[in-house]
Design a protein around this ligand. Structure first.
Ligand code: KG4
Ligand code: ZN
Length: 334
């Protein structure tokens, strides 16, 4: 079975083909980061127009690069939420129209399910059940994943998401949007000079809160008479240490509470080297396994949508071609 995956929930147009026998056979991505960077954030109307511009050429290019014809595709998976409604509509209307014209099933996919299942694209796959740490631009969640389609959120952010905290801190340090990766690079040049709070690190539950950390960074920035490159790097270092300490502590607490031995880390912040290092170190020490997607599959991509579509084809593929996007779709509503 060949599944074409289309991701267009935010500022990346991602296309992929997943083969049930061979695994991922190809994927391609167009990022809109440059388009939005001068606005300091994603402009929804520009995002939709850019998806329109790129989605068909990207599909054509991917099919051509893999010597595959559109007629050999057996199903089309696409992100139907959550995300920006206009952007979602581009992918969903194209996917439904293509599926209709080819008389094959269409598979609406939850974007976060795509992220959670992304580590299954790797050769060494986690077995179910596992604990997922989903850390993206809009979400910070600990999810008890019993099987495909059964997701129980056991920890969530009370305010800012981890990626949002990275981006806001990056902005305070004068880095371009989205600053997560740039902040991480800057932190590598920094040293331990400042101590920042580690919100809720010792609290009872598994919830997170990062807005206070961002405010602490703002206060620290304001206190500096001159924000030199060295000070910026040291602030980035302190921020990254704090946020990764909290993420690691809560994840391990989640592991203790579920009794699981496998952790999956996914979403854009899952690309963070410090987070990866700390979790890997603890996993060796405490005898659990941690699975990360490849860096390119941490951030938004079509491969995770094609895979999630394939894995839930038997649950939700349809041939009625009626569709609606779900900009605020909750994982618990799958
Ligand atoms: O999963 P994703 O691509 O989009 C959403 O579904 O939100 O995540 C994007 C987020 C952004 O906030 C970005 O700054 C952050 O992931 N990010 C990183 C890194 N790479 C991307 N944060 C920290 N370190 C990184 N290396
Ligand atoms: Zn995402």
């Amino acid at each position: 079975m060949l599944v074409l995956g289309i991701e267009s929930s935010c500022d990346e147009t991602g296309i992929a083909i997943y083969d049930s026998q061979k695994g991922l056979i190809g994927h391609t991505l167009h990022s809109q980061i440059q388009l939005h960077s001068s606005y300091g954030g994603v402009v929804p109307e520009l995002a939709s127009r850019d998806h329109i511009k790129y989605v068909i050429p990207l599909i054509d290019q991917l099919l051509k690069n893999n010597s595959t014809s559109i007629n050999s595709i057996d199903a089309i998976a696409y992100t139907s939420g959550p995300g920006l409604s206009g952007a979602l509509l581009v992918g969903s209307s194209l996917a439904e129209a293509l599926a209709y014209s080819l008389n094959i099933p269409s598979i609406p996919v939850h974007h976060l399910e795509g992220h959670i299942l992304a580590p299954l694209l790797e050769t060494e796959k986690p077995s179910f059940p596992f604990l997922a740490l989903l850390v993206s631009g809009g979400h910070t969640q600990l999810i008890d994943v019993k099987k495909i389609g059964e997701y129980n959120i056991i920890g969530d952010t009370l305010d800012d998401a981890a990626g949002e905290a990275f981006d806001k801190t990056a902005k305070l340090l004068g880095l371009d949007y989205p600053g997560g990766a740039a902040l991480s690079r800057l932190a590598k040049k920094g040293n331990f000079e400042f101590e920042l709070p580690r919100p809720l690190i010792n609290s009872h539950g598994l919830d997170f809160s990062f807005s206070g950390l961002k405010t602490a960074v703002l206060t620290l920035v304001k206190k500096q008479s001159k924000l030199t490159d060295e000070i910026k790097a040291n602030i980035a270092f302190a921020f990254q240490e704090s946020i990764t300490d909290v993420l690691v502590k809560k994840t391990i607490k989640g592991l203790e509470e579920t009794g699981y031995k496998n952790i999956v880390v996914s979403g854009g912040v899952g690309a963070n080297t410090k987070l990866r290092e700390k979790l890997t170190f603890r996993s060796e020490l405490e005898n659990f396994k941690v699975y990360f997607p490849k860096l390119e599959f941490c951030t938004d991509n079509g491969a995770m949508i094609a895979l999630a579509g394939y894995l839930r084809a038997h649950l939700s593929s349809k041939k009625n071609y009626k569709f609606s996007v779900k900009p605020r779709w909750r994982l618990s509503e799958i």
